[in-house]
Structure formats: C-alpha cells, structure tokens
Design a protein around this ligand. Sequence first.
Ligand code: GLC
Length: 801
Amino acid sequence: MNIRNESLGSLSSHQQTTNGFAGLANNVNFQFTAYTENIIRVQFSKDEQFDENPFSVTLKPQQPAVKLEENEQELLLTTSAVKLVVQKHPMRLKFIDSNNELLNEDDAAFGVSWLGHKVTNYKTLGADEIFLGLGEKGGGLNRRGSSFDNWNSDAFGFGNDTDPLYVSTPFYIGVREGRPYGIFFDNTHKTHFNFGASNNDRFSSFSADAGDMNYYFIQGDTVAEVIQHYAKLTGTIQMPPKWSLGYQQCRFSYYPEHEIHNVARTFRDKKIPADVIYLDIHYMKDYMAFTFDDERFSDPKALIAKLEEQGYKVVIILDPGIATKQGYSTYDSGVEQDIFVKYPDGTKYEASVWPGNSHFTDFTSKKGRDWWADELKFYTDLGLEGFWNDMNEPACWGQDVPDLVEFDYEGQQVSHLKARNVYGFQMVRATYEGARKQIGNKRPFALTRAGFCGVQRYSAVWTGDNVAGDDHMLLGVRLVNSLGMTGIPVGGYDVGGFVGECSPQLFSRWLAVAAFAPFFRVHSMVNSRDSEPWAYGEEVEEISRNYINLRYKLMPYLYSTFYTAHKTGLPINRSLAVAYYNDRNIYGGNAQNAFTLGDWLLICPTVSTQEYAEIYLPKGKWYNFFTDEVFEGGKHHIVHTSMEDLPVFAKAGAIVPMQNVIQNTQQAHDGELKLHVYAGEENTEQVLYEDDGSTFDFEKGQFNERLIQQNGAEKTLIIGASQGEFNTTFRSVKIYLHGFNATEFSINGASADIQRENIRLIDPITEFDPLPQRAKKDYLIHSIATLSTELTNSEIKITWK
Ligand code: GLC
C-alpha cells in the first residue's frame, strides 16, 4: 500500500451549535466550540464519534457570548477576545484577536492532513514567531527550529538532547509578532511537534500517530494569561501540605532504620533545616509494593512516629509493577479483582521490573484506581502521608511494552498506543485520591516521574534520573521552568545529580539554585558517594545551611506563591519568558536558565566552574538580594559568582514576606513577619496567604489572605485587612525598607520612628582553609531602615515623605 498525504477538503455541510459550528468536510467530521471568551476547541475526526480524552480537561464549555456568521467563503466564530475564521474551500482555519491581528493560521496547502492514521495540523510560521513550553523538554528556551516527540520514556541519564523524557504535555505557547497564543493538542497518542525543524521555515506542525485532530486554541494578552487560561482547562494544584515545601533528603536507599535515624539526627545536630526523608525501594520486601522488609525495618510505624516527633515526614516510593507471586496478598487481591492490564486475548501482561516478573495495575480504569486506593491503607495505617510514584511511564526492563496490550481508558478499551502517555498520570491520581480517602482531612503529598496534561491536579513532578554535571543542573532548571509554563508549577530535580558524583563546588551551586525551586530534594543513586549537605566538607555544609536557612526564611513568600499557583495556575518558578517574552535577550546565554520565584526574586543559575559569569537582567531596576547593590536592567552584567555566591536579585517594587529560620515547617516561627520591601516607582502588590498548612479547612474559610500594595508615586505601603476566618500567625511586622531615601514615616496616620539595623539574608562562610583560596563576601546590608508595628487582621497603612 502506498500512503500519501491527504489534506482536508472543502466544507460539504454544516450547522450552527450553541457555541460554534459542526458539520462535514468531505468525509471528515468537524466541530468548533467556544469554551470561554479566550478558548476555542477545534475537532476533526474521520470517525462518526469524536475521540475523547476523559483525563485532562476538567472544564465544561462555559457558553460565552458568541457571534456566528457565514458567507460564501467563510464561517466566522467570534467571542470578545478571539475570532475563528474558517475558509470553506478548502477548509482552512485562522485565528485573529479582537484587534484583527493574526495569531495563528493553517498552512494554505496542507492545513489539517492525514498520512494513513497519522493526523497533522500544518501552520504557517511567522518570521519572528517564538515557541515556548511543551513541558519537560530539553533544548533552548525558544523552541523555534526544533522538533519534539511525546511518548513517556524511562530516560535514565538523559541529556539536553534526549527526547522524549518522562512527561508528555502536548501544550505549547506561540508568540507571533509579540502576540501570545496557546495550543493544547488533546490527543494522548504519541504526538510530534515541529517548530520549523528541517523544513526551512515552511511551517510549524503538530501530529498524532492516530486519533482526532483535537486542540484547544487559547488567546491571552500575555504569556501569563495564556498559562492561566490553560490552567482553567486542565486544573491547578491542590494546596500542598506545608512540609512538602521544606528541604527533602533522599537516596537510593537509606536503610536499615538506624541509618534513617542517623540522617535525621545529623540534620538536627548540625542545625540544617529539613522536613522530609525518603525511603527508596530497599524498604520493601524483595521490592514488592505494599510491603516492608522486616529485617531492615522492624517496626515501620514506630519509626515513622519517632521521625514525626522530630519534625520529619517520611515519603515512600511506590512503583506500578506488582510481583506475580502467589501468596503475596496484593498480587492475589489484584488477580481476584481483575485489575491488571491484559493482552487482547485476555491473558495478563507480564514484564520484569524491580520486583522481578510483574503485572501492571490498570490505572486508566476506575476499578483499578479504587483497588489501588484501598491497598494504600497499608501505608496510611503506618502514618504515611507522602507517596513517590516512580517507573510509571510504565518502565520495565527492555523498555518496550508491546503496543497491542490493552487498557480500560475509562471504558474505551484502547491499546498501549493511546494509553501509555496517561498511565503515570492516572497512577498518581489513584495514589493521591487513595491517600485522601485514607487520611481524612489531611493534605497528602504525591510526587511522580511520568505525567500528562492535568497531572498537576494531583502531584509534583521531578525530572528523573539526571547526571551530576553543571550542564545537567542548568538543564534541570530549564525543565522545571518549562513545566511551569505548561501548567505544572511544582517541579524539581535531583539536587547533586542522580547518576555520577558531584564536586563540592557543583553540589553547593546546585543546592543554592534548588533552594528557590518549588520541589527541593537531594537524591542519588545506589552505589554512589554520600550526598547529604555535610558529605562534601565543611565549606559545603555551611553553604548548604545558608541556602536551606534562606528557603525557610522565605516560607511566607513561598507558601503564598504556591497559593497563587493553586488559585491561578501561574508558575512558581517563572522563566523570563513568562514576563519578558518580547525581550530577545532572554533567548540566549545564561538568561535561558534564569527564573523568578514568584514575581520578585530573580535567580540566575550559573555554572559552578566559573568565578565570574555573564547574566542578563530584564528592564527595570534590580537589587542584589544579598548586598542591596543596585543594578540597571535591560542589559548584561558580569557578576562574581564563587561557590557560595549565587546571583539573586529583588526587583524594584518587590514585596517579599519572610520569617525567622525554623528547623522544619512544623515548628512555629517567632511571630514576627519580616517584610522586605524594595523601593520602586511602579504600583506593586503581593499576596500574603496563611492557613494551617496541613488540612482542607481552608476550603471552609479557615484561611488568612491579605494583599500588600506598594505605591511608589503616592508613597504608600498598605498591608491590607485580611480575609478569611483564620487568625494570622504573626503578632508583629518589621518592615525592611530597601532603597528608600525618605526619613519621615507614618503608620496609620501617626508618625513612626525608623530604626536602623545591620542585617544579613545569608551568612558569610567561615574561612576553614589556613591558606585561603579566595576572598569571601560579608553579605552585610548596612544600616537599613526598619519600621515595626503590631500585626492583627486589620489594615496597616504606611506613608512616607
Ligand atoms: C528510578 C528512579 C530513581 C530511584 C530508582 C530506584 O531510577 O528514577 O529516582 O531512586 O528508580 O527506585
């Protein structure tokens, strides 16, 4: 058989629907539906029934006001924000914004095409069009000129060019002549995205091996808006348990139990804050899920309780493969309940993974997920609330699950070709839902390696088996930044590198960068050197303590930024492309790795092997976070960046709520909110959000949310009255006024005295070496003006002259 490209023909019949149009173009069914003012869904199918992915999109069409028009040549679907123009002969689509500016259009010749079962949408490529996101993908920040596949893969020791990796998220953001849009191609088969690679800019395209052309076109005035509209479609994160924002220590594997106690005690003895210790696969009996090895762990419940007393949570690993051993109760129950994945002839699929021969739970069926949720009781009864789902691409030895293997896929009964990419997503969903079911009102934590669009509703994602190297550190940062632009705000990487061994310099730099990451965990492979913060010598220990301390001081800001992600879908670590996408300088050099934590702190990761690095600061004024030195933005700077010295900046206008250092998030702070405010001319605002950090009571009003606003022109800083029924945990606020020249201040109308203080946000590193290798910075911020006052739930207004 000779398969050739076949493009969509002319419109043959159509009708208007409530929110759009439906009809036939030759033998292809089409449907265009306005979901919201900003989102139009496009569907083409060769089947009578349109394909559905029941897992990713949670939003129902919102019935926005639409105008439907038609003439000889065109169908027009218009909302307040976007217009879809459908050319009838042949059928080609074009999206324009409310100013009649082109956002995106089909390639005139090829439009939507089929090549056998493979369906592709070819789009014209704007001369300056930029492509962002697509989730966990290596390569540059601007994806122009590259192509990518989505097929969840166990990518041990991956590099910058390895594609695909573990997570598939067929959603990207384009920026054409400065105007952003997004395309979420909702097809779970293997998909392929081409942003002008190997076609000399003839087109950009996206394809799926099978299934429908089914995408959501998203208009947003800014990249941040596109991300938020996408989050409306596929959902946002749950509020995490606060302990999951703390420092987490992992290795493959800590055992037996006295080793865990040693690690736990050493953090406390050395006063290095930490919240979580992980148990990797050696905790299990012969690597079998839902067991504990009773020689290594005589009493897991007591161990977990003891660690809890010391302010630690334990997270255990859990893989999808269930060992095929009769008498192993999980296996027997799985067979009895008939929840394993099968071949089309009804025999159970078997492959080898850590526990040996295994069957695989079908998480794409409710029955499978419910069974898993019940099995999880084994762990929750021991007091566990954190679960790490691994090997869920699914991975097995040989890495080639046969394509004919079948999955339930919510009753659709599909092959591996359609189910693979959502398998890990549904596993961690089952885990999260199971944990919720078992631990009552407490917030569980879940972490996954594989995922698909929507996985953020259940889990954090870590980027798998990276390698100890500077390029990997920077790659990890880019992956997390890209996941953030793709609706998955809680991401992280194995600090120190999973494979290989880190130098002291690299470990210090990596840990410092990760102190600003949403998910902050050190992890390393079996048979590798120790990789705790004290394992690399005195200097690294101090540097690590410094940055881990800083993370805990930043907890009010960090937690509020998670809350914003929960509410809006905005990333926690934001690539410069989120706020500065039209600045071409961000797409080259170190700027590609830079990110902001929330709105205000800019982190510029640089390699550990250089004492000086070139960084780029976007337009505006920036304060070095550790020295208050002012830098002019809109240009490159050469900065000193020795082992202990990560370039971090606060933007003019920044409002950064902080607290004192605590040793773990379950410990109370000292009651003083330390509000660092940086003078700026623009109006700026920051949410401060508090709740109990551990339950879902905030959904019933038990939260405390307030807006802090700075107005540089009017010279006011307002700490708004709080909303919600939860009392603030702070009793007072001390405002640190960075870069303010004023001398007269008033609080709520009464004149207020400023106090001057010398402060440090990080500490200088002790000179351990009798023959110093380099000069070290002092980090003292001299004589900064502060104002202190009581903090209640009421408004505080500060003015200055
Ligand atoms: C996989 C995971 C890694 C884990 C190991 C053993 O390689 O990616 O993080 O330590 O399996 O469970």
